[in-house]
Ligand binder design. Sequence first.
Ligand SMILES: [Zn+2]
Length: 450
Amino acid sequence: MSMHQCILRFGFRLFICSLIAGCILNACPSTSAEDAVDRLQVPRLQAVQQARAEFAAQRKTIARTDGYQQYRANLHVHSHFSHDSRGQLPDILAAAKRAGTSILMFTEHPAPHYDFFRDGHRGLQDGVLLIPGAEQSGFLVYPTFSLQGITTGSPQELADLVRGRNGQIFVSHLEERMDWKIAGVSGTEIYNTHADFKEEKALVAALKNPFRLFQLSVAIQKYPQECFGAIQNYPADYLRRFDQLCQTAPHTGVSANDAHQNVGFGIRWIADNRGTLEDALGEKLLDIDLSVIPDSEQLRQGRKPGDLIFSLYLDHYEHSLRHVATHLLLKELNEDSVRECLDAGRCFVAFDWLADSQGFQFNLQSNSSTTQPGGRTQLDSDCRLKGRSPLPCRWKIIRNGEPFAESTGPELDLQIQQPGVYRCETWLTVAGSDMTWILTNPIYVDSREK
Ligand SMILES: [Zn+2]
């Protein structure tokens, strides 16, 4: 037996024993305890789960009085069309429904063998609106026509092409293109789950090691949403850039789930006692002897050789879609309304895994009108930023990229007397830590006409 197999057998025994006995392997201290790895310690996960339950019990239902309905949208979602995902639509739809999502905006990696626009997921299915798109040349692209066979040239040319026919295009993975100045884009990502994950160096290293994954497996099974949420950090760099861009022209900020369901592993039964350990894309990592697993008979019950008898994902679609969403204020649920809303910026980003943001409102009320996020208005003698939240929270108002005002409670009421670009953040205290809950799009306030 090679050293590798020996370690695998040991790791596997540990893993399966822990599954069956329900013991918490996180009692094994992590040597590289830092960042998200710290947040994966079981006492911390328990406390976060408790906090989520308390928020759910405390939250109040708020009726919208602005004439809109709030629809939850997940942008930047990959499925089996993308080379790095095996996601099938029925599974993604089921996950979306469990997460409370009404709109799935796919962003497949384009490839010559399919046309993401013509072949992609589209239409209302089981109450969820599907819109096809692509992750292409540094953008999330939602065109209104097929781009197949079109040579797009520079990023600006691609943006002009898509926007020229009323499509939407968002700068994606800002961390790789902070210096981009593309005129006329719909907006930018203001949070990207994958970028957040990449920041977690110790966690990324840990997850490349199947034995560390084994160790985490009990925690992942017991606290799947909290484990996923352990990556969440305030997206300071993204927001700094977003604020700069909004100073030059209105940009719509959206969240990017970058959902792939491709971090994890599975065990496939080959024949007799032979099996393989696979990564989440079905690539074989190792042959394994199923007889070393104490209860492998149970795992094989009702299955046949060739079947996956066990799988575990850190980024299951359900958990990645629930983590964060862009909430759109619409009058009706259809593709045209979604496109109009994204153009208008009438939306906000919420980390709904912490607490459901349904009913949240932030707008500007003046003597004559109410302006929603993304909108533009003129200063008058009584301009007030107003907010209502289903939970008491900390409100932070950012003006022209700088902290402007703070308050706490279920409501916000702040008079403003200066023009500027105003956006709102809300924060919650979660198991002793301050965490970002909601990031709105800005309201653009011009100076009074002379
Ligand atoms: Zn992606």
